[in-house]
Design a protein around this ligand. Structure first.
Ligand code: UD1
Length: 370
């Protein structure tokens, strides 16, 4: 069986780590790892490959940044010859970033099979570029690997045949499970002075275009951070998009406080360590909603919706929107609340990649399948 696995942006690297390891450990799989270059900074890309011991990509398309159309088009153009030359049985794409739809589409148009890992998640908000990427990738994929039951319902509702859908669990949680012990050894909290009496802190990430690109939305969110910092110290690893926006709108004053640490993006192990010891996490990321659910850390999602409802129904996640009063009220409740009962969702057990590779072998190399 010949497989191409594609990764382009930070959350993709976390998701492919366990898949690539599994594929390279099973006899009879020829595997090509393609990095599109959507994320390229040391802190957004290289650090993740090192932290997660992901082998060097066999091919790097080096697309870099651009508008939605430029970036997607450039990936489409540069991936096609790679897929044509390698002739895989299947191209595996993960998540919902521009690299996911671009490589999926390029492969499908030249008659290759596409497997989508983390299929079927829906925010039902088509103003999000990620929602467009999810819907389109699922429309053309031949295999849909899903993390939660809502995704099965969404796919069936969109007319995807039952036999193409496989409930396998969550590859992002495979990585968390595998790396937790190593992450505990990180010295990041000492480096940031977060020990002893200063051990109470909120960990914050914000990078969604809808939250950070427009100063009218960003400013109230930064005001919330300032307010929250009176109760808890704040650690805020800033995505390059967010930093640029804060600087352009001249809003850096909000972060100018000894109780707010606005730092560069962190590697996987440092971030996991910080997340695991935080009093609360405030985020607009998708994956962090899942990771905090498994870690049992309260998470406030600064969006109007989530495509990962299981994290609210069973986990520690609350979707609080972007209204400053609502966010502050929810944060204050959490600071004083007893721990909320939560459960780890079904099949988020560290073995999703094994299940995915089993399905691929059964379809593309039945003589090798268990
Ligand atoms: C992308 C994904 C988003 C994911 C996020 C994780 C899409 C549509 N969005 O958003 O779903 O949650 O990655 O981070 O694919 N930049 C750098 N260095 C880098 C990468 C980006 O400085 O290594 C800057 C560039 O100015 C770029 C901006 O960040 O224009 C945005 O990067 P881009 O890849 O377009 O989207 P993200 O916002 O990172």
């Amino acid at each position: 069986m010949r497989v191409i696995t594609v990764a382009g942006a930070r959350p993709n690297f976390v998701k492919i780590a366990s898949l690539v390891r599994r594929m390279r450990n099973v006899n009879g799989i020829e595997h090509l790892l393609v990095h599109t270059g959507q994320h390229y900074d040391e802190s957004m890309s290289k650090q993740f490959f090192e932290d997660l011991c992901i082998p060097r990509p066999d091919v790097n398309l080096n697309v870099g940044s651009g508008t939605q159309a430029e970036q997607t088009a450039e990936i489409l153009k540069r991936f096609e010859p790679v897929a044509l030359k390698y002739q895989p049985d299947v191209v595996v794409v993960v998540g919902d970033v521009n690299s996911t739809i671009a490589c999926g589409l390029a492969a499908k148009k030249i008659g290759q099979d596409v497997a989508h890992v983390e299929a079927g998640l829906r925010s039902f908000d088509r103003t999000m570029p990620e929602e467009i990427n999810r819907v389109l990738t699922d429309a053309i994929a031949d295999l849909h690997f899903v993390t939660e039951k809502s995704a099965i319902r969404n796919l069936q509702h969109e007319g995807i045949a039952k036999e193409k859908i496989h409930f396998v669990g969550n590859v992002m949680i495979d990585t968390l499970t595998a790396q937790r012990e190593r992450a505990e050894k990180s010295c990041i909290r000492t480096r940031l002075g977060l020990d002893g009496t200063a051990a109470h802190y909120a960990l914050v990430t914000l990078h969604r275009p809808s939250n950070v690109d427009d100063p009218m939305t960003l400013e109230p969110l930064l005001r919330v951070l300032k307010c929250l910092s009176e109760h808890l110290r704040i650690v805020f690893p800033m995505h390059p998009r967010t930093r640029k926006s804060v600087e352009q709108a001249q809003l850096a004053g909000y972060l100018n406080s000894s109780r707010i640490q606005a730092i560069e993006p962190l590697g996987y192990l440092d971030f996991l360590n910080l997340m695991g010891h935080a009093n609360l996490v405030l985020t607009d990321s998708g994956g962090i909603q899942e990771e905090t659910t498994v870690l049992g850390i309260p998470c406030l999602t600064v969006r109007e919706n989530t495509e990962r409802p299981v994290t609210v129904e069973q986990g520690t996640n609350q979707v609080v929107g972007t209204d400053p009063d609502r966010i502050m009220a929810a944060a204050q409740r959490l600071v004083t609340a007893k721990e909320k009962h939560h459960k780890v969702p079904k099949l988020w057990d560290g073995h999703a990649a094994d299940r995915i590779v089993d399905v691929l072998l059964r379809k593309y190399a039945p003589d090798r399948a268990k």
